[in-house]
Design a protein around this ligand. Structure first.
Ligand SMILES: O=C(O)CCC(=O)C(=O)O
Length: 294
C-alpha cells in the first residue's frame, strides 16, 4: 500500500467512504485558494453560466455568485498538477488499483449563506460502467462541518441497489431516500479540517444541504475509475473513441478489455433538455429533500 492502512482500506470496503485528515500540505491549499479567487473575478463579469463556470440561480453582475468551476483540471495548471500528484492518486491506487482513468473534475463552491444543495444521488446512476471500481476524491478546501453543508453519505449503500433517478420517465439525477425505505438517521456527515480529503465510492448515496452558515464550504472533486471500467452506452460519460478515452489515463496502463461485474444498471436516459449540470438536471425533481433559496 502507498498511503492507506489496512484498517482504512477495510473501512472503505465496508462503508464506501473515508476521510483522510490533514492530507494536503498548506502551500497547496493556499495555491488552490488563490486560483479560486481568479475564477471568482472571472465570474463577476458574467451574465450566464458557460463551459468554465456555473453560476448560482441568484447570480447577478452586482452580486456575483459562483456555484461550480467546471473541469478545473482543464483550465488551471494548479488543479491539473494536483490531479496527477500522489496526494490524489496514491489513495485511489490503494483502493482500486494501479491503472486509473479520470472521469471528470469539478470544484463545488457552496458559498456562505446561499451555496446550493445537491440532492441525494449515486454517481453511478449518471455514469454506469462495466464495473464499479469508481470513486471520487474530494479535496476539502474549507473546514467541512455540520453547519456549512458537508457532504453526507449513507454508509454501506454502495453495496445496495442502484436506485431509480428518473421522474416521469426522464432522468432527474436524484431520488428521495425515505421513499425507497432508507432511514434519514442512517446518513452521516463527512467532516474534516481544510486540507483533508474525502473519498466516496461511485455507488454510495450522497448529497449535501444548502449552506446557510457564514462560512464557505468548497470542495474539489476528482472522479476516476479503474482503467478496465468502460462506460455503458447511454451513460453520461463523454466518449469519443478509444484514443480520446486513453487521454484520460491518470496512471498505469490502458486496456481495451473491460472487466464486467454483475451490477443492477439503469441507463440515465432520456436526458432532460437542460445544460449538463447536476444542479440543472435535479430541477426535474418533484420532491426535494433539501431547502433551496432563490
Ligand atoms: O458538493 C457536494 O456537496 C456534492 C457534490 C456532488 O455530489 C456532485 O457534484 O455530484
Amino acid at each position: 500500500m502507498e498511503c492507506l492502512t489496512p484498517d482504512q482500506i477495510e473501512q472503505y470496503r465496508e462503508d464506501g467512504c473515508l476521510v483522510l485528515d490533514g492530507h494536503l500540505p498548506d502551500d497547496i491549499l493556499q495555491d488552490i485558494r488563490s486560483e479560486i479567487a481568479r475564477f471568482e473575478d472571472e465570474a463577476r463579469g458574467m451574465t450566464a453560466s458557460n463551459d468554465r463556470l456555473d453560476l448560482e440561480d441568484s447570480h447577478t453582475t452586482d452580486t456575483p455568485r459562483l456555484r461550480r468551476i467546471k473541469l478545473p483540471h482543464m483550465i488551471s495548471d494548479i488543479f491539473r498538477s494536483l490531479m496527477y500528484s500522489d496526494h490524489i492518486l496514491a489513495p485511489a491506487r490503494d483502493l482500486i488499483g494501479p491503472d486509473l482513468r479520470l472521469h471528470t473534475s469539478k470544484l463545488n463552491m457552496k458559498s456562505a449563506g446561499y451555496g446550493a444543495a445537491v440532492e441525494w444521488h449515486q454517481d453511478y446512476a449518471f455514469y454506469p460502467h462495466t464495473n464499479d471500481d469508481i470513486l471520487a476524491i474530494g479535496v476539502i478546501i474549507d473546514d467541512m462541518e455540520s453547519e456549512n453543508g458537508p457532504l453526507m453519505v449513507y454508509p454501506g449503500s454502495h453495496k445496495g441497489p442502484v436506485y431509480d433517478h428518473h421522474v416521469d420517465g426522464v432522468f432527474a439525477g436524484a431520488f428521495v431516500p425515505e421513499e425507497v425505505g432508507l432511514n434519514p438517521a442512517d446518513a452521516i456527515e463527512l467532516k474534516g479540517p481544510a486540507g483533508s480529503i474525502s473519498i466516496h465510492h461511485g455507488r454510495i448515496i450522497h448529497g449535501s444541504a444548502l449552506n446557510t452558515s457564514d462560512r464557505s464550504r468548497r470542495i474539489l472533486f476528482y472522479e476516476m475509475m479503474a482503467a478496465d471500467a468502460f462506460p455503458i452506452m447511454g451513460s453520461m460519460t463523454k466518449w469519443d473513441g478509444i484514443k480520446d478515452y486513453d487521454t484520460r489515463m491518470l496512471c498505469g496502463t490502458p486496456t481495451i478489455n473491460p472487466r464486467l461485474k454483475d451490477i443492477p444498471v439503469r441507463i440515465p436516459q432520456p436526458q432532460p433538455d437542460v445544460p449538463i449540470s447536476i444542479y440543472e438536471i435535479q430541477k426535474g425533481l418533484k420532491t426535494r429533500v433539501f431547502e433551496t433559496i432563490s
